[in-house]
Ligand binder design. Structure first.
Ligand code: UDP
Length: 385
């Protein structure tokens, strides 16, 4: 018999899980969050002085290739069309991202057509690389040294605080390389921005008679006794009070400035070179182009290693981290009536759409296990934990 469950964290993982358990299984939950707002790092709020919708923990642009995930988020609020067109500013000029036909022609001073550009980049590629073993090899194999050094090497060093040879190739495969003038940062067929922000979407997901929410409440193991199951969406190592050590994350921070008019004419401009310390600048009113604001807010973004008290953003997953992760995963499997879900609890670089899709699938798997009387899943199957 299932009574109430406890869900730790009100980001997309916790919120979607709570809603699916309620809608599909009639299960009641208490969702707690240590912050004073829902939506985790997707939190958006209106800036008091300007009225601009600010992505408080950095820009989030919704995109997915899963029709069910797109339908799901659209149930809870209006999404407006938005295409992320990122520019890269380097000493030589301003270029189009992701690497596309315009970037190639601008950068090399050519007028190549798609077929010629493909052959041209192949001539630049390092043919000695078979299966790319790391980020740098992935870049050298597909775009060659010049584009890699101009757009990826410095950014990646600044963003991750290590050499690109230490990072997995998968970080680079997030970004497309195109032989057309399509400069959409994402390939996903479904893309958009919530008209009223992500926090409003999450608030509505949680707005259900079987879901109770308690903010500014930190998880304490003593709470578990009152619930039939605990779902943890916070950092895995934090759940175990870092008893085996800390998983490494990069954190980001911003210098905010307010001015009138238009600061940079675009939502995101990247600064890939080492001549400046920041990685990118975002101007948040451009994420909601249907709104009109006289003033503007820009955020210069920097990255650094996560210290105690900093917010963990990007899981580094270096080799030492992977060993530690395996050790924590073994501890997690030894816990009773606890499951771990989401970006922080599974220590993966996940986008919103992946988190939502996985929470939907996980809720179904968990309900199926409950109905069949089989053991509850501890981690989502795709997490490879
Ligand atoms: N990247 C880069 N130069 C850029 C943009 C991205 O080198 O101009 C690399 C960098 O390592 C970054 C990764 O590609 O961490 C993924 O970029 P994405 O824009 O997806 O990062 P996010 O928006 O998640 O911070």
């Amino acid at each position: 018999m299932i009574h109430r469950v406890l869900i730790v964290g009100s980001g997309f993982s916790g919120a979607v899980l709570a809603r699916q358990l309620a809608d599909l299984g009639g299960i009641s939950s208490l969702v707690i969050d240590s912050r004073n707002h829902v939506a985790g790092n997707c939190h958006t709020e209106r800036d008091e002085g300007t009225g601009i919708l600010v992505h408080r923990y950095g820009p989030h642009i919704f995109h997915t290739d899963r029709a069910d995930v797109w339908a799901y988020v659209n149930r809870f609020g209006e999404f407006r069309p938005f295409v992320n067109r990122v520019k890269a500013s380097i000493p030589r000029g301003v270029f189009s991202l992701p690497i596309n036909l315009h970037t190639i022609n601008q950068f090399f001073g050519k007028r190549l057509n798609p077929e010629e550009a493909r052959a041209f980049l192949q001539s630049k590629a390092d043919r000695g690389i078979g299966e790319p073993a790391n980020f740098e090899e992935q870049a050298l194999k597909f775009i060659g040294r010049e584009l890699y050094e101009a757009f990826f090497q410095g950014y990646t060093r600044k963003q991750w605080g290590c050499e690109p040879t230490e990072l997995p190739a998968s970080i680079l495969t997030r970004l497309p390389v195109r032989f057309s003038y399509d400069d959409n940062y994402y390939n996903s067929p479904f893309q958009g921005m919530p008209a009223e922000g992500y926090t409003e979407i999450v608030r509505r997901i949680l707005d259900h008679e079987r879901i109770a929410l308690r903010l500014e409440t930190t998880y304490d193991p003593a709470m578990a006794g009152e619930f039939s199951h605990v779902f943890h969406t916070g950092p895995l190592d934090e759940y175990f009070r870092h008893r085996l050590g800390r998983l490494s994350y990069r954190t980001v921070f911003w210098e905010k400035s307010e001015s009138t008019g238009d600061f940079q004419g675009n939502a995101v401009i990247n600064y890939p070179g080492m001549e400046v310390a920041h990685t990118r600048v975002h101007e948040h009113k451009h994420f909601a182009p249907w709104e009109k604001h006289e003033k503007t807010l820009s955020f210069v973004e920097y990255s650094k290693e996560t210290g105690e008290g900093d917010i963990p953003y990007y899981p580094k997953r270096l080799s030492g981290d992977k060993e530690l992760l395996a050790a924590y995963a073994a501890l997690a499997r030894g816990e009773e009536r606890v499951s771990f879900l989401g970006r922080l609890a599974t220590y993966r670089y996940m986008d919103m759409h992946q988190v939502i899709g996985e929470a939907m699938d996980f809720a179904s798997d968990w309900l199926a296990a409950a109905a069949a009387g089989t053991p509850f899943p501890v981690f989502p199957p795709k997490s490879a934990l």
